[in-house]
Write a protein that binds this ligand. Structure first.
Ligand SMILES: [Fe+2]
Ligand SMILES: [Fe+2]
Length: 194
């Protein structure tokens, strides 16, 4: 496998809190997190990308995706699922999350930081493509449903809750860093909520 142009790029994930954007609506936060996910999607889909780069990206993509999906489900999805006009779009999104979760848990069982086999390569690529499609649809159809059915003040309040859940997730993940390192899972990247 050839090395990609990105091989030497530094993964620039750093922690940001909602204190930086208290009035940011949830759709803006989600879109910003999609941007972070898309950086890894690009690498994971690239057959020419270096293995060590894919390993690093997958190691941060999996927890970041879990944080993002969990926060969506517990905030904006939960709200829109109750609104008739947005129900189909929300159930569609939840179904895509379930498909992604199953691939995430399969990849988590693999020691991909040490061994990057064909199965990991293939599953990481499928996950990346699935999330790419999902994020695009979310930004087009789902965001439209949210804007049609919720006032800006509600979207801001949901945004605060969303970012708070992301911080809780990151705190839980940080507590697990030590045991994972002891099991030889290697370096863990620092995540940012966006
Ligand atoms: Fe989603
Ligand atoms: Fe999303």
């Amino acid at each position: 496998m050839k090395k990609s142009r990105n091989t030497n790029s530094t993964l620039k994930f750093s922690m940001k809190t909602s204190a930086d954007h208290p009035q940011e609506d949830v759709l803006t936060t989600i879109k910003a997190q999609h941007k972070v996910l898309k950086e890894s999607i690009k690498v994971l889909k690239d057959e020419e990308a270096a293995v060590h780069l894919k390993q690093r990206h997958l190691a941060q993509f999996l927890p970041y995706l879990k944080m993002h999906s969990e926060a969506e489900e517990r905030t904006i999805y939960a709200t829109l699922e109750e609104i008739d006009d947005a129900q189909v779009a929300t159930i569609e999104a939840i179904t895509e999350h379930a498909l992604a979760k199953s691939l995430v848990s399969e990849l988590e069982k693999k020691d991909f930081s040490s061994v990057w086999d064909s199965e990991t390569e293939a599953k990481a690529k499928v996950l990346a493509e699935l999330v790419e499609h999902h994020a695009e649809e979310e930004e087009e159809e789902f965001f439209e449903k949210a804007r049609q059915n919720l006032a800006r003040i509600e979207l801001v309040a949901i945004g605060q809750e969303f970012r708070s859940l992301c911080r809780e997730f990151q705190a839980r993940e940080a507590e697990q860093v030590q045991p994972r390192r002891q099991r030889g899972h290697g370096e863990r990247p620092v995540m940012k909520s966006h």
